[in-house]
Design a protein around this ligand. Structure first.
Ligand SMILES: [Mg+2]
Length: 384
């Protein structure tokens, strides 16, 4: 059986957790400028009709009393790592598909009980360790597990048993299938496919002729076949961050400050994943939207923010800046294959500031608690 775990209103719930005075109130996380959109809304805010991807100005109209918060990406990542670590204690066959979602194959997990019992334990562990609710969906097919986790949100637990699959598929609105957007749903409806059971009106060949590659997948889903498995090895190939500047900048020294911030972020993400990179990329988009990238190969693999920053600065120095810059970013790629011990210059505070060395011991302890001691080695003990 496959389990899909999805945190409830994740960013908003983390904000309510960190700010108890917000609990029970409409919390809306998103860009606070007029251009911004809602990244997450608490269930209290949803009652006012505020949902993800809605423009912030519209959210303000619908919910003037809402508590609007800028996203704190680092904090969400931190909690995400804790959650994924809890899930990994049930099975190594786990695929994280977004910051707050993962699929798990629990075929080999009988030691923890039936899939339903495992689902209960997952919810209990997440609640006990990070004080957040998640919703769990359990089904023999991956696409159904995802649908199931959404059926009883928040704090839900839904099982679609193997002998229920056929009947469930028969009446499932196609719009519920992950990947079927509004456009596709409308297109399918014109073809007489509103529920997955309708797929049987068509042969595989006809569906492929009408829908291309997706016709094949839809045909199989309609017939209870889902070839997508829980893919454990989805290796990270590169890590990058970028930022559209509030105003165009032509001054290299000012741009370097952004490089510093983004190099720190990239380095931190590498260290979190225990990976080192050898290629550093500078990305620039000019005021005329023309985009350039420059790359350099380092003499050896690193996850040091400082080394990434120096490489990015060199790239910038050597780049003839003829037009103002609208967007700037830093990337690290060409990652090594083995996991590295995490070195301790890293643990940035939740606001992005780097912790001081004297705090290292407490930090080491905190990290050991979160990630397990085997990834912890104090600086000096690891070669870099
Ligand atoms: Mg979620």
């Amino acid at each position: 059986m496959i389990i899909h775990v999805d945190m409830d209103a994740f960013f908003a719930s983390v904000e309510q957790l960190d700010n108890p005075e917000f609990s029970g109130k409409p919390v809306i996380v998103g860009g606070t400028s007029n251009r911004g959109v809602v990244a997450a809304s608490s269930y209290e805010a949803r009652k006012f009709g505020v949902y993800s991807a809605m423009p912030i100005f519209q959210a303000r109209q619908k919910c003037p009393q809402g508590i609007f918060i800028r996203p704190r990406g680092f904090r969400y990542k931190e909690v995400s790592i804790q959650v994924m670590s809890i899930l990994s204690s049930f099975t190594p066959v786990i695929e994280q598909v977004s910051i707050d979602e993962a699929f798990m194959d629990v075929a080999g997990c009988a030691i923890f009980g039936t899939p339903y019992e495992i689902g209960v334990k997952i919810k209990q562990s997440v609640k006990a360790e990070v004080s957040l609710n998640c919703s769990v969906g359990i089904a023999p097919l991956r696409f159904l597990a995802k649908i199931a986790s959404d059926m009883d949100k928040p704090d839900g637990l839904t099982v679609i048993a193997p002998d229920e699959v056929a009947a469930f598929i028969e009446t499932l609105p196609v719009s519920k299938i992950s990947g079927v957007g509004k456009q596709t749903a409308m297109h399918l409806e014109k073809m007489g496919i509103a529920i997955l059971g309708d797929v049987k009106k068509y042969t595989r060949e006809k569906l492929v002729a009408r829908l291309g590659k997706y016709g094949n997948r839809l045909y199989e889903l309609g017939n209870g076949i889902d070839r997508s498995e829980v893919n454990v090895h989805r290796p990270v190939k590169s890590i990058s961050t970028e930022e559209t500047l509030a105003k165009d900048i032509s001054d290299k020294d000012r741009l370097k400050k952004y490089l510093l911030k983004h190099s720190e972020d990239v380095g931190r993400q590498l260290r979190q994943k225990g990976r080192k990179a050898r290629t550093v990329t500078l990305k620039i988009k000019h005021s005329d939207f023309k985009q350039v990238t420059r790359q350099t190969k380092l003499p050896c693999y690193t996850f040091s923010s400082e080394k990434i920053y120096q490489a990015a600065v060199n790239l910038l120095e050597n780049y003839p800046l003829s037009k103002p810059v609208r967007l700037i970013g830093v990337g690290a790629s060409d990652l090594d294959n083995k996991k590295q011990a995490v070195q301790m210059d890293l643990f940035a505070g939740s606001d992005g500031g780097v912790e001081k060395w004297e705090k290292v011991d407490t930090i080491v302890d905190a990290i050991a608690e979160k990630f397990g001691k085997d990834v912890i080695t104090k600086a000096g003990l690891t070669g870099d």
